[in-house]
Design a protein around this ligand. Structure first.
Ligand SMILES: Cc1ncc(COP(=O)(O)O)c(C=O)c1O
Length: 497
């Protein structure tokens, strides 16, 4: 039962209007509404009539009149010495108003389109449960060990992560130094710590790029299919931009098509290491073509490098940023290699753009939370991140092999087949035409198996059906169960065709 001190005020009552008179009735109505909204819970103790009368600056009789009226209605109950409470007989359910989305509720005035858009986004992005095959679920061997906690305790207790005033918008310098060194070694990114803006994951970095680099009426290339975290921003949050979907084939985004249909676009958003969601890298010739176009069109390239650390075979292509640091905004994240709830990533911006990113960042949330930045900086400086990446690469490689071979043995390849790829934390399972991937994803979730439908990531009306299967650190049994559920659903859907 919720506790409230006997002398507490009830701020949701607001002020009573003396000019309207009937203060007792006004107070009773305010209390009735508070119970209905759930601001006051069944069984919750109300202030004594004397205390409430004092805090509202009314005569005590006003409060007793209101209390007595509500007791008579069954909204409150009153017992000698036990005070006045919200009636326990109401039960929690009867007092909670169902929260309907604002756009569905009857509204006297038309709402801005943003309300419906952001409500839809909230549904689309609500996190999947931590069951197979949700992407990026670090458990068991893939969570950073005790060392993360130990560094955290040290840094928070007496180090630079201890409570302090506002910090720099760009992020902690020690962390930016570590990131600059890390991306140089691992991705051939050329930058100084001054060009790095620490963000709340790549998601915030994408939002910042859209806000800063685009103007009303600008065209923007996006891959088709693309990451919804990007297209949902462009659909609404930057008014007046023209999103131009560019088809993806075996070599990644088809740059020639982009040049044909929107040569003077202002920016191209790409996932060149590992096209999201399909998984192929952008070929070298396409990389060169993309950079050549950007120079000629004076356009930006936003390189979303969300999972390049998790490569299981061969050598990765160097980053696009390393090939032309003046044209490319490079985005990286710690969500995949550490854990998504950390919410730390970074944007590496061409010289001269740093200040704009800092300004936009300041308006959004001033700066990233300081303590975790210092924990991460120490984790990197002491060499733990490199070791951790080597370790989780092994774990995910094994999970990947396991999932691949189970799928191949459980589902005939004429009905479902895997997209070849040798990187990352997810696989694409293509499904034969005529089976709806959205229906499959919904039915799987009802049985405790999570998968995202590929068709929802296409801008064009695609009849390609497929599922994004995430590699989390799930147990053998969980993976076998997940494959079994998918196999039954796919075979069942096929037999009904
Ligand atoms: C292609 C792509 N970009 C960006 C992100 C966002 O990552 P975060 O905001 O967690 O850094 C993701 C997350 O899965 C992704 O798949």
């Amino acid at each position: 039962m919720a506790r409230r001190s006997v002398g507490a005020e009830l701020p949701f009552i607001g002020s009573l209007s003396r000019s309207q008179g009937q203060l007792g009735r006004q107070l009773a109505q305010a209390l009735r509404n508070a119970v209905k909204r759930g601001d006051l819970k069944p069984g919750e103790l109300l202030p004594s009539s004397r205390v409430l009368a004092n805090s509202l600056n009314v005569a005590r009789g006003v409060v007793t009149e209101a209390y007595e009226q509500l007791v008579a209605e069954g909204v409150l109950e009153s017992r000698a010495k036990a005070g006045t409470r919200v009636s326990r007989a109401l039960g929690n359910e009867s007092t909670r108003e169902v929260t309907r989305p604002m756009s569905e509720a009857t509204q006297p005035k038309a709402l801005p389109r943003s309300v419906a858009h952001y409500e839809k986004v909230a549904d689309e992005f609500s996190p999947l449960p931590h069951v197979p095959f949700t992407i990026s679920v670090p458990v068991n061997q893939t969570v950073p060990e005790d060392i993360w906690r130990r560094i955290g305790n040290r840094v928070r207790a007496r180090g630079p992560g201890a409570p302090a005033g506002y910090d720099h918008q760009q992020g902690a310098e020690v962390l930016r130094e570590e990131i600059a060194d890390y991306v140089r070694r691992s991705r051939s990114v050329h930058c100084s710590a001054n060009q790095i803006v620490v963000t709340s994951g790549i998601q915030q970095a994408l939002y910042l790029c859209c806000k800063i680099l685009l103007d009303v009426g600008d065209s923007v290339w996006v891959e088709d299919p693309a990451y919804r975290g990007l297209t949902a921003i462009l659909e609404h949050s930057v008014p007046g931009t023209n999103m131009v979907p560019i088809p993806v084939d075996d070599e990644g985004m088809d740059v020639n098509v982009g040049i044909e249909i929107a040569k003077s676009a202002k920016a191209a958003f790409v996932t060149p290491s590992h096209q999201y969601p399909l998984g192929m890298p952008l070929s070298m010739s396409r990389r060169n073509a993309l950079l050549a176009w950007a120079r000629e069109a004076n356009a930006w390239i936003v390189e979303d490098d969300y999972d390049s650390e998790l490569r299981y075979a061969g050598h990765p292509f160097p980053s696009l940023q390393g090939l032309d640091p003046s044209r490319v905004i490079y985005l990286g994240t710690f969500s995949k290699i550490l854990f998504p709830s950390l919410r730390l990533g970074y944007a590496i911006v061409p010289k001269g753009l740093e200040k704009a990113f800092c300004g936009a960042r300041a308006l959004m949330d001033r700066h990233p939370p300081s303590a975790d930045q210092h924990v991460l900086a120490a984790f990197m400086k002491e060499g733990h991140l490199d070791r951790h990446i080597r370790k989780i690469r092994g774990v995910y490689a094994e999970r990947r092999l396991q999932l691949t071979s189970l799928i191949k043995s459980a589902i005939p390849s004429s009905l479902a087949w895997l997209q070849p790829s040798d990187q990352g934390m997810h696989l694409i399972l293509w499904i034969t035409t005529g089976i709806d991937d959205k229906m499959l994803a919904k039915a799987a979730l009802e049985q405790g198996v999570a998968a995202r439908a590929v068709s929802t990531m296409y801008a064009s009306k695609s009849n390609r059906s497929g599922l994004v299967l995430g590699l989390g650190d799930f147990s053998d049994e969980q993976i076998a169960y997940g494959v079994n559920v998918l196999a039954k659903l796919i075979l069942g859907a096929h037999s009904k065709k």
